[in-house]
Write a protein that binds this ligand. Structure first.
Ligand SMILES: *Cc1c(COP(=O)(O)O)cnc(C)c1O
Length: 363
């Protein structure tokens, strides 16, 4: 029998989340973001679920080539652009759109010998101070790219540092970044791509010509609270079973470091899922876990292949009982928050050893 740990990817949920993202930004086109193996959900699944998207965006060139091989014919955007000159040639060969965020990348475009021009997205650093040209340098970069025979269409892209804080004070408000962006591209021709998930959900109206939703397509929240409060459906359910039970007396402790000590006699369920599967080792005692549909509490340190839970709230549970670590019935955002991280990290960290299963239909 295979290990009972399975990640079920729900294509219906992904389609529904994409529809919700698009409905929030009427008239705009959509780059569905599928970097990091579609946030852990698999490119093969993403290309099917997001067939209605105008383009797909990612970081990895091998992933982009795989998407072409899977039959994706619409635009593909490489969000960090080329890492070396070979990537520029690969982009021409597979008709990939490249972000250009620094002078070195402009140079790569200028010096390449390409059979056909490639579409480019000029990235502007409007305040996040990660990738991109400062607003004052955008015109010069644009002029250089425009002069190259390797350049097809040029559009403009920027990224918010605090998109989820639309109406809250922050050192770098999205409104400030939007103003800088608008001012810098005012007299330059080209489309604009600004909004990630948070901006697409929370900003009204959503700015730009294209949106770039990622996390919400998978049902995760881009900020506080859980994705469900926006009507998003969880795309990944990580489920397993109880593989052992220990009856322990008051004063006995559980697992490595004896972090959890029972204050009364209790049953401890041992679940086949640990940090080597992507469950966060930082999860404290009390982190919610569903056993046969009932919320129980993590009890004891997460180990490599197992977690242990207090079965007091589920007295009928035993070996073979169904366990949901996150997904349907238990928000990944809640598990992440308890563990001091975000749903993004949990999805992306799903380990390759976890079996993946695909669900097509509404259930
Ligand atoms: C990852 C990424 C996104 C998607 O962000 P979400 O918060 O998941 O919506 C959008 N734009 C860029 C440039 C990214 O790197």
């Amino acid at each position: 029998m295979p290990r009972p740990l399975v990640a079920t990817v729900d294509l219906h949920a992904m389609r529904s989340n994409l529809a919700l993202a698009r409905a929030r930004a009427p008239g705009l086109r959509t780059w569905a973001v599928v970097k990091a193996n579609a946030y852990g959900h698999g490119l093969v699944n993403a290309v099917r679920a997001f067939a209605g998207s105008d383009g797909l965006a990612l970081i990895e060139f091998d992933g982009a080539v795989q998407l072409r091989e899977l039959g994706w014919q619409r635009p593909l955007l490489l969000l960090e652009g080329a890492f070396d000159a070979d990537d520029v040639e690969l982009a021409a060969r597979h008709d990939l759109t490249l972000v250009v965020h620094c002078d070195e990348q402009v140079r790569m475009i200028e010096t390449a010998r390409l059979a056909r021009p490639i579409d480019l997205q000029l990235k502007m650093n409007t305040g996040m101070n990660r990738l991109g040209f400062r607003p004052a340098a955008v015109r010069a970069a644009f002029d250089r790219l425009r002069a190259s025979p390797n350049t097809g269409a040029i559009s403009f892209i920027t990224h918010y540092a605090n998109a989820e804080l639309y109406e809250h004070p922050t050192p770098m408000p999205p409104q400030t970044q939007a103003e800088r962006f608008r001012a810098a591209v005012a007299d330059l021709p080209g489309e604009a791509s600004i909004a990630n998930s948070a901006a697409g959900l929370l900003h009204d109206p959503v700015p730009g010509d294209w949106i770039r939703p990622g996390i919400i397509l998978y049902g995760g929240s881009p900020g506080e609270g859980s994705g469900e409060r926006f009507g998003l459906l969880p795309a990944m359910t990580l489920a397993s079973r109880i593989i052992g039970v220990q009856e322990i007396a008051a004063g006995e402790s559980v697992g490595y470091g004896s972090r959890f000590t029972a204050r009364r006699p209790m049953r401890i369920g041992v679940v086949a899922c640990g940090y080597a599967d992507g469950y966060p080792r930082s999860a404290p005692d009390g982190t919610p876990v569903l056993v046969d549909g009932t919320r129980v509490a993590l009890a004891g340190r997460v180990s490599m292949d197992m977690i242990t839970v207090d079965l007091s709230a589920a007295p009928a549970a035993g070996v073979g009982s169904e366990v949901v670590l996150w997904g349907r019935g238990l928000s990944i955002d809640e598990v992440a928050q308890a563990s001091g991280t975000i749903g993004y990290e949990l999805m992306c960290a799903l380990a390759p050893r976890v079996r993946m299963q695909v669900q097509e239909q509404v259930q």
